[in-house]
Structure formats: structure tokens, C-alpha cells
Design a protein around this ligand. Structure first.
Ligand SMILES: Nc1ncnc2c1ncn2[C@@H]1O[C@H](COP(=O)(O)OP(=O)(O)OP(=O)(O)O)[C@@H](O)[C@H]1O
Ligand SMILES: [Mg+2]
Length: 249
């Protein structure tokens, strides 16, 4: 290879030039590390979280989980997407990732898929659920995009048909992963959290004020939701030889 790149070989004019770059799949958001770097350290960290999550479901029942956080930009969507793919890796599990962040939908775009029709059209216009669920590049992962949000997104999420949709999704999927808006700003996550089997609360390390984390968790629990985990984002991986050094008791 070196030899060719340095031009040391005598090439005829008709010979194609050597390939220099491996181009990544740009149709999938590079932050979906489970897709792009499945052997990398970040993918492994999601797998550790998956192990903890699955340990809460030893009976292997079908579950719906809600991802939320106190404020915007804490990593909810990226975490939900990676965890959904991480769960889908465990064949023969089937996973549906639902974009219930009707304030700022983002999941369809992460896979370069269409956003409408989706959840809103199923809830408010009665479109069949199967007609709006999309395939991804991973055979075990499907996406229910947000659709076109109505003027008041809270009306959609709290629609009586929402419970029915969760039940229908459970007929086909082992895990349903909901991305939702920030819990402190909107009631959507609390409403969905109460209908789900558990909430994964996302907190950005050294960024989210402790008081806001406490307030959000209280609001979620008051509404009837169960917070299973605090998923920390923005953490720096520990160095490999960390145990060698004294880091306090
Ligand atoms: N584990 C992580 N570590 C560091 N940065 C992260 C992590 N997860 C996501 N991010 C980054 O945080 C930013 C926000 O991510 P994301 O869109 O998932 O947040 P969000 O909570 O869904 O935001 P919003 O409330 O606006 O929908 C992005 O720039 C993303 O790349
Ligand atoms: Mg988001």
C-alpha cells in the first residue's frame, strides 16, 4: 500500500488510482455509535447500561421505556437512539424507537428517514400504526417518527389512544423506547412516563444543576412514573490504569 501511495510503482495510464479514504455511511448520524463504531468504547458503555436495564427485567417481559432529562440538550435523543440499537443487537429482540418529542423531533433525521406521517397522525387522524413505522438499516430496529405535531403537542401525547398504541406496539416489539421533551419544561415526559414501565433519566455530568435533577425526578414520580436509572452523559472515560492510582476511599 505504501508503495502505491508514494507512486513508486510504475502504473499504466489506464489503471485506476488507489483508494485513500474509507467514507462512512452518511445516511446515519455519526452520533449513533452503536452503528458506526460498534466495537468502540462508547458502544461498550451503552452495552453496560443495557446490562443494567435488562437486569431489571429478568422475566423478559415486553417493556416500554421513556428517556427524558431536566432540560434541553442533555443527550436524551442520542442516548435513546443508541440504547434502542443496543437492545436491538440482542437477537431475537425487536425494538421500536418512538419519537415522542413532539416539541423537537429528531430521530427520523438521525436515520435520514421521513418524519411524517408518524405518531401524531396515528393519534389524531387514526392512521394505522403499521403504515407509519419505518425500517432502519438494522433489521431488529424500527422507528415510529413523530409526524406533524399539532399546535399543542401535549394534547397528542395525553390522547386516550396513546395507551392503546403502547399496547399494540408491545404485541410486535419486545422493547419500546420513547424519546421525549425535557421534563422540567413540559408535562409530556411525565404523562408518558406514567404509561410506561420505567423512565431513564438523562443527566449531563457537571452541567445539569442538582436541584433541577431533583425537581424533575420528583415531578416524574408524582405523575406516577418510575425512574429506573440516571444515565450520565458527557462523562470522560476513565484511563485504563485508573486503579493504579489512589483516588480517595
Ligand atoms: N453521551 C454523551 N456524551 C457527550 N455528549 C453527548 C452525549 N450524548 C449526546 N451528546 C451531545 O449532546 C448534544 C445534545 O444531544 P441530544 O440532541 O441527544 O440532546 P437532547 O436532550 O435530546 O436535546 P433536546 O432537548 O434539544 O431534544 C448533542 O450535541 C450530542 O452530540
Ligand atoms: Mg432531543
Amino acid at each position: 500500500m505504501w508503495h502505491r501511495l508514494r507512486g513508486g510503482r510504475d502504473r499504466s495510464a489506464a489503471e485506476p488510482p488507489p483508494d485513500l479514504v474509507v467514507v462512512v455511511d452518511q445516511t446515519v448520524d455519526p452520533r449513533i455509535v452503536l452503528y458506526h463504531e460498534p466495537r468502540g468504547i462508547h458502544a461498550e458503555q451503552y452495552r453496560t447500561s443495557r446490562t443494567n436495564l435488562l437486569a431489571t427485567n429478568r422475566e423478559g417481559a415486553k417493556k416500554a421505556y421513556v428517556f427524558t432529562s431536566a432540560r434541553a440538550e442533555e443527550g436524551k435523543s442520542v442516548s435513546a437512539a443508541n440504547m434502542a440499537l443496543c437492545l436491538a443487537e440482542q437477537a431475537p429482540l425487536k425494538v421500536c424507537l418512538v419519537d415522542a418529542d413532539l416539541r423537537k423531533p429528531s430521530l427520523a433525521a438521525m436515520w435520514s428517514l421521513r418524519q411524517s406521517p408518524g405518531l401524531c397522525e396515528v393519534l389524531l387522524e387514526g392512521l394505522p400504526l403499521e403504515s407509519v413505522i419505518l425500517d432502519t438499516r438494522s433489521p431488529s430496529l424500527h422507528i415510529l417518527p413523530a409526524g406533524t405535531p399539532p399546535g399543542n403537542p401535549a394534547d397528542a401525547v395525553s390522547h386516550p389512544a396513546m395507551r392503546e398504541i403502547i399496547l399494540k406496539l408491545k404485541e410486535k416489539y419486545d422493547y419500546i423506547v420513547f424519546d421525549t421533551p425535557p421534563a422540567l419544561l413540559y408535562s409530556d415526559a411525565a404523562v408518558l412516563g406514567a404509561m410506561s414501565d420505567g423512565i431513564i433519566f438523562v443527566t449531563r455530568i457537571n452541567h445539569t444543576p442538582r436541584q433541577l435533577v431533583d425537581e424533575s425526578m420528583e415531578a416524574l414520580q408524582r405523575a406516577g412514573g418510575k425512574v429506573l436509572f440516571n444515565l450520565l452523559t458527557g462523562a470522560t472515560p476513565a484511563p485504563k490504569d485508573e486503579k493504579k492510582f489512589y483516588a480517595g476511599a
